[in-house]
Design a protein around this ligand. Structure first.
Ligand SMILES: *[C@@H]1O[C@H](CO)[C@@H](O)[C@H](O)[C@H]1NC(C)=O
Ligand SMILES: *[C@@H]1O[C@H](CO)[C@@H](O)[C@H](O)[C@H]1NC(C)=O
Ligand SMILES: *[C@@H]1O[C@H](CO)[C@@H](O)[C@H](O)[C@H]1NC(C)=O
Ligand SMILES: *[C@@H]1O[C@H](CO)[C@@H](O)[C@H](O)[C@H]1NC(C)=O
Ligand SMILES: *[C@@H]1O[C@H](CO)[C@@H](O)[C@H](O)[C@H]1NC(C)=O
Ligand SMILES: *[C@@H]1O[C@H](CO)[C@@H](O)[C@H](O)[C@H]1NC(C)=O
Ligand SMILES: *[C@@H]1O[C@H](CO)[C@@H](O)[C@H](O)[C@H]1NC(C)=O
Ligand SMILES: *[C@@H]1O[C@H](CO)[C@@H](O)[C@H](O)[C@H]1NC(C)=O
Ligand SMILES: *[C@@H]1O[C@H](CO)[C@@H](O)[C@H](O)[C@H]1NC(C)=O
Length: 486
């Protein structure tokens, strides 16, 4: 029972080791292992550039290098079992094979197999195996395949922000780019200050990273700022460059800003009416609490909570709000609420008073009582259709051309009032009117007289009917004579 579970554990361990190795070699390479290397399992490189492979090796316990001869290092691609399954020796430090542009920069006798792989192109993408030949020791690190991927475009740099991303905090921002070829590292530039510190550092796996770094003290204005960093990799012996870019948006938390109160309908209110005070603020994270205060002789009195405060006004007062989030609070400026009145006793005075002659100047003055004072006076003249707006301002002066009916409207923040109408009458019009009446009266008088006279003649003619025609002519003649006399 116990034996079985031990075997199972062994199987699981073997299985996971096999997975970690990432190599295509079968599990039995572990049984016959003589050579081990310490190198990254996967590496990425750029076409036209180089790749430095950090590498060290060790032999199976009990094995030794022959110090009398120079060890040769060999790189084999595709499969560790060279000569089979498509494996190809692509480099032999003896000088017999250099199909690919490689060289050992490390000292093999010191078990340093560090290799420089230069003038890379995408066809070099493959799995590579290291072999040592130092007769009688001959071994391939068959379980330690190195996957090399050569790409035409460089990897993106990485932007990192360390620390608490809040206003007033100092954070370190860095942009780093992998540096497979430390001999021609990428040039990093970004949109933070250009005097950033440029460094190349070795990672724990002895690969390299190029980095620029900057410490900044954050303010709320940095929120939403987009950091963009670009890496320019020299390729083809520095004749060209390949560029990649990364962007990152700064998200900075800050206490409330621009806290302000707005009032509806206005700072002037009529007693008993409803007002709405609204508090607005910018904060990240958003404002979690709005508190309303009314000032008093002693301490301010808390009157409400919430982003708006609506109430019926009984008296004036000074109000403000406080916006709060996790990072702090901010007090708005004060708002003064004053009880006022809409315009009252709006009236028009006219100068000169009474009748005016056509073409003369007339002054109309509008007066009104209001709190706050009237902000606008508007003059209207009535017409058959709608009233016509004729002027603005408390004083309206114009040359009269015809009569008419005028009034003014006084307006302040709390309302408006219309005055009573004033009638403007022209003297000349009255004179013409009298002449017409006199003429009409004269004609009526004449006609009446003629009719009475005619009736008197008719009553006489009843006794002498045969003289009718003569009489009619006579009457007409008399009528004409009378008219002339008039
Ligand atoms: C060669 O490849 C074949 C299948 O492609 C496989 O069965 C065989 O085990 C491989 N041989 C070695 C030595 O890896
Ligand atoms: C590497 O070169 C040496 C010397 O020429 C040779 O003996 C050896 O077989 C070569 N190894 C491979 C794997 O080709
Ligand atoms: C191996 O050789 C490389 C290239 O000469 C060198 O930079 C590195 O420090 C050496 N590594 C060790 C562990 O000695
Ligand atoms: C890539 O390298 C191979 C082998 O060295 C060579 O045949 C090929 O022309 C190269 N390709 C390019 C695009 O340089
Ligand atoms: C917010 O307040 C700042 C000063 O604190 C001011 O410069 C800015 O114009 C204000 N923004 C708005 C939208 O009112
Ligand atoms: C507040 O005033 C409005 C009208 O402006 C009125 O309808 C309402 O009843 C009033 N509320 C109180 C509590 O007085
Ligand atoms: C103003 O008008 C009110 C009525 O709206 C009236 O009682 C008051 O006497 C008027 N005051 C003046 C000075 O005309
Ligand atoms: C009308 O006003 C003007 C200017 O204010 C003044 O000169 C003129 O005497 C006034 N006319 C009358 C009839 O009041
Ligand atoms: C208005 O009338 C006055 C005299 O009453 C005259 O001096 C002035 O020229 C007139 N203005 C216009 C524009 O008719």
């Amino acid at each position: 029972m116990a034996d079985q579970s031990v075997r199972m554990v062994t199987a699981i361990v073997l299985h996971s080791v096999f997975f970690l190795s990432g190599a295509s070699a079968s599990a039995d390479c572990y049984k016959t292992r003589h050579l081990f290397i310490t190198a990254p399992k996967e590496m990425e490189a750029l076409t036209g550039s180089c790749l430095q492979i950090p590498c060290n090796f060790r032999l199976k316990q009990g094995e030794k290098l022959n110090s009398k001869t120079t060890p040769f290092g060999v790189w084999i691609k595709n499969s560790p079992y060279f000569g089979k399954n498509g494996s190809v020796v692509i480099f032999n430090s003896s000088g017999t094979v250099s199909t690919y542009p490689m060289s050992f920069t490390g000292d093999l006798s010191q078990k340093n197999c560090t290799t420089l792989f230069s003038s890379l192109n995408t066809t070099y993408t493959d799995t590579y195996y290291f072999r040592v030949e130092n007769r009688p020791f001959l071994a391939t690190a068959e379980c330690d395949g190195l996957q090399i991927t050569v790409k035409d475009s460089p990897p993106k740099p990485r932007i990192e922000i360390s620390g608490d991303v809040k206003e007033k905090e100092s954070v370190s921002i860095s942009c780093s780019a992998s540096t497979p070829c430390p001999h021609s590292p990428p040039q990093l530039t970004w949109n933070l200050q250009p005097d950033s510190h440029h460094t190349m550092e070795e990672n724990t796996d002895r690969t390299f990273t190029t980095r620029i770094q900057k410490s900044i003290t954050l303010s709320h204005e940095h929120d939403g700022f987009i950091i963009s960093c670009s890496a320019r990799y020299p390729v083809n012996e520095g004749k060209d460059v390949k560029t990649s870019e990364e962007r990152k948006t700064l998200s900075v938390s800050y206490a409330p800003k621009n806290t302000s109160v707005s009032i509806s309908p206005s700072c002037w209110v009529s007693a008993g009416s409803r007002v709405i005070l609204t508090c607005s603020s910018r904060a990240k994270p958003p404002v979690s609490r709005f508190t309303w205060f009314k000032t008093s002789r002693d301490a301010p009195i808390k009157v409400s909570e919430g982003d708006f405060y609506s109430f019926n006004v009984t008296d004036g007062g000074v109000y403000y709000c406080v916006a709060t989030n996790q990072l702090g609070d901010q007090t708005s400026s004060e708002i003064h609420l004053t009880i006022g009145d809409a315009p009252k006793n709006t009236s028009v005075s006219i100068s000169p008073s009474g009748r005016v002659s056509a073409g003369s100047r007339v002054n109309l003055t509008c007066s009104s009582r209001a709190k706050p004072p009237v902000s606008r006076f508007t003059w209207f003249k009535t017409s058959r259709d709608a009233p016509i707006k004729v002027s603005e301002g408390d004083f309206y002066s114009f040359n009269v051309t015809d009569g008419g009916v005028y009034y003014c409207v006084a307006t302040n923040q709390l309302g408006d009032q219309t005055s009573s109408e004033v009638h403007l009458t022209i003297e000349g019009d009255q004179l013409v009117g009298a002449q017409v009446i006199v003429t009409v009266l004269g004609i009526i008088l004449l006609v009446t007289t003629l009719v009475i006279f005619a009736c008197w003649l008719k009553s006489r003619r009843c006794t002498k009917p045969q003289e009718d025609a003569e009489e009619d002519i006579y009457v007409n003649m008399v009528a004409i004579r009378r008219k002339r006399k008039l």
